[in-house]
Write a protein that binds this ligand. Structure first.
Ligand SMILES: [Fe+2]
Length: 397
């Protein structure tokens, strides 16, 4: 073969290779996300770091040690990521909160929470900062849609032959236009229409079958109240609460919880149709949200797992017993049976060589050991609850 022909053949082979391997390009939404050869894909979740340009050293240590120990393929920030005032400080805050991920060369994506845009910098400007740092996959699929950064990330099969899984990144907004109707915003009709259209296009490329998917957003769906609480026949003062046009008990049914309920969940106060859209499309198997920093419950609503990822941050409010990061392990050949675990801060702190007890704001190993004992006792209680729940799926009331 002549050298020129040889060069042409090499170039042609390279072009063919790149045409079957998705290449990272944040502006188009194409990503290189792909199941590993062993058929797994790990996603680490950081919810509500909610810090400014001086990111707590403990938060940085939690992120670094979780990343090094569990080696995810992708990191997702679940909103309320930064709360610094003004453009320069927000830029520094975003650099700080993404540094553990950027330094490790990992791809990441973000959704916005209700607090990110409250500091004189628009979501569009914030997104541009993220996109300038490391392998940020987030893009604004349709800029005219409600919110910013609504997009999806396909994960290709380990052999690169097709899209095997899909991740929806949804902006669940900030505050509703009429606070008398709902305090927090909803996922709007235009976002749901885009979701349905995009899911249909993915299904069309998948032989007409929905591509299994997960949804990531900051605020939980309003149906959480139908799952955790009891609908009451009449208002009873401080013993009941009104939401979704219904009256609910003030306390949840504890046997329905599979994790901590340490604060009242704060979804919008009206149904927005997102769960109905997921059921209609049939692709979403689980939803992960932050927003309620202390909670770590995991429940199933109408066949969709709904998981509150507690805060990973030590700046805003959060509690030592649930603070940590989420870890999802997907299985290419069995996507419905994914694994989820909460990586607790106390476990990271107790690991050999952990920097957490030594950094500013860190506590002694003995303290973290005590928190572990407490949590182990509570987790044993949740196991008993799960047995009870299997026998009485709706609780006793
Ligand atoms: Fe938050």
């Amino acid at each position: 073969m002549k050298p020129a022909t040889k060069l042409l053949a090499v170039l042609l082979a390279a072009v063919m290779l790149f045409s079957v391997c998705p290449v990272f390009a944040a502006d188009t939404g194409d990503t290189a996300l792909r199941f590993r050869e062993d058929g797994t894909f790990k996603i680490m979740l950081f919810a509500d770091p909610q810090d400014d340009e001086d990111l707590e050293e403990t938060t940085t240590a939690i992120m670094c040690e979780a990343l090094d120990q569990y080696k995810p393929d992708l990191v997702i920030y679940l909103g309320d990521n930064t709360v610094a005032d003004g453009y320069e400080n927000q830029q520094k805050a975003i650099e700080a909160v993404t540094k553990p991920v950027v330094d490790r060369g990992l791809p990441y994506s973000i959704v916005f929470g209700n607090h990110d845009e409250e500091h004189n910098v628009s979501k569009e400007e914030l997104l541009a900062i993220y996109q300038s740092l490391g392998n940020c996959l987030t893009y604004d699929a349709v800029p005219s849609l409600s919110g910013c950064g609504n997009c999806n990330h396909p994960i290709y099969a380990s052999d690169g032959s097709k899209v095997a899984f899909n991740l929806w990144m949804i902006d669940s907004g900030m505050y509703y236009e009429d606070r008398d109707v709902s305090y927090y915003d909803i996922v709007h009709e235009d976002q749901l229409a885009w979701y349905k259209e995009t899911a249909a296009a993915l299904a069309a490329e998948n032989g007409g079958k929905p591509v299994p998917a997960m949804d990531f957003q900051h605020i939980v769906i309003p149906e959480i109240y139908d799952k955790l609480y009891v609908e009451m026949p009449a208002a009873m003062g401080k013993l009941t609460q009104e939401r979704n046009g219904k009256i609910y008990s003030i306390l949840p049914v504890f046997t329905r919880l599979n994790g901590y309920w340490l604060e009242v969940p704060c979804p919008p106060d009206i149904y927005d149709g997102q769960l109905a859209a997921w059921k209609e499309v049939g692709d979403v198997i689980a939803e992960f949200h932050g927003h309620d920093h202390n909670n770590s419950y995991q429940v199933t609503i109408d066949g969709v797992d709904v998981v509150n990822v507690p805060s990973c941050g030590c700046n805003s409010y959060s509690v030592d017993v649930s603070r940590g990061c989420g870890l999802i392990t997907l299985h290419e050949n069995d996507p419905e049976n994914y694994d989820y675990q909460l990586i607790n801060m106390y476990d990271l702190a107790l690991a050999k060589g952990s920097a957490i007890p030594g950094v500013e704001g860190g506590k002694s190993k003995a303290y973290y050991a005590m928190i572990k004992v407490l949590d182990t006792f509570v987790q044993a209680m949740f196991k008993v609850f799960r047995v009870f729940y299997k026998v009485f799926p709706d609780g006793l009331i």
